[in-house]
Design a protein around this ligand. Sequence first.
Ligand code: CS2
Length: 496
Amino acid sequence: MKTLIALNQQNLSRLPSDIARPTYDRGRLTTGIVHVGVGGFHRSHEAYYTDLLLESGDAPRWGICGVGLRDSDRRMATILKQQDYLYTLIVKRPDGAVETRVIGSIVDFLMGCDDPAAVIDRMAHPETKIVSLTITEGGYGADAATGEFDATHPDARHDIDHPLQPRQVFGYLTAALRKRREQGLPAFTVQSCDNIQHNGDLTRKMLLGFARLQDAELAEWIEREACFPNAMVDRITPVTVQSDIDYLRSEHNIDDQWPVVCEPFCQWIIEDRFSAGRPDWQNVGVHFVPDVTPYEKMKLRLLNAGHSVLGILGSVFGYQTIDECVGDDLFREYLQRFYDLEATPVLDAVEGVDLDDYKATLLGRFGNPNIRDNLARICLESSSKLPVFLIPTIRENLARGGSVRYAALVIAAWCYYSDKHADRHGQPLVVTDALKDCLHDAAKATREDRLSFLRIKLVFGDLANDERFAKTYTDMIDRVYRTADVTEHMQALMRD
Ligand code: CS2
């Protein structure tokens, strides 16, 4: 048996010749970007684009320093450090072809919970030009009812009183921006990479909301000096599983403890507003536009909503992966109808994009049998995803008298899912959601009050007060609780 080659800087030259790897001098890189939230997605997207740029020529000031704020980031920190921050990106095409590349753009990793000062100093360092974030939809700390920064959260209260030992990202950003101001440095750009409409505007609002509570004058400076470009990010990146690690070992003789798998499609559309300069990402396929609004809306309401539609209905039915769902004609047709009858009529035209083509491409991407994107990943934190992906479509259709039935069945199925924590056969479904208990309690009460789930204000706002929606939803609840074989209801909706 051949000895496995541990992935690290020293072994780069020993890797099999079919593995692409950085040819740039990693030792020369300085850290222009600090990224909070290094998961699969950051590594398949921003770090990938930046690696392409570093590879293409003279951009050594754009190395990335990863940051983890919580103990749950420790495993990533440890593994990346052991591997000199190198990891393998495995791009899987629908036809089975695989491209494998070692990515070298991450050059350091700091853990905020161990050493907050080191993270603040890194962000405040003159070399840092951008602090980017992948902190998930729920990580922005907005009060669901008011949309303002939620200053009542215990971590937010802690951060207001402990400026140098923050827990939340806004505490770190504020502390680092304070230092930059004191040192006469320009504010860095805060670049959100999360699936939220106007992600930059939201980041700005939350950061200012926090900073004002701590230091009103500093908040004014941030408001004036820092840029928060909105961006649409896109690349389907399933959770890494053991077979991905095994694949690299058996096929390529590489020992990488945490590779990343993704689809070939990759898109990043960013508003070109940066307060301290930016990499020439346009040279490696990133698009800069004056206004990203139509692109992000299209992506959230079609791709992400499509994932949730299939993810929730598919989970209750008993499917495991997205490709399994779109491989079933009924699910595929249901999604197409949801797109055509509910999602698309409330979208604006997008310059240069044919929405029919976009939707067809999505179905192709979802169907990639080699990605095996697990429905459990899609359904993670649904309580912060659906208010972004699906509920706005419902609201806009209610306002214009449009169809809401396809989406209503999804919400009813989500209620069933939250109630039973099991699929229609009684097989357990794991629920990972900040509102897990609240969802469960409300869903359980459905027997006494069929609208109880819909009354969760944090998720649905006042949707339960809309007579038409309440009626449609109640009808769907009756159907789903009569039989959890959702295909029966999907068929019925498509027939009527
Ligand atoms: C998914 C996204 O989390 C989700 O619900 O829809 O992670 C999706 O895979 C990405 O946004 C694709 O760009």
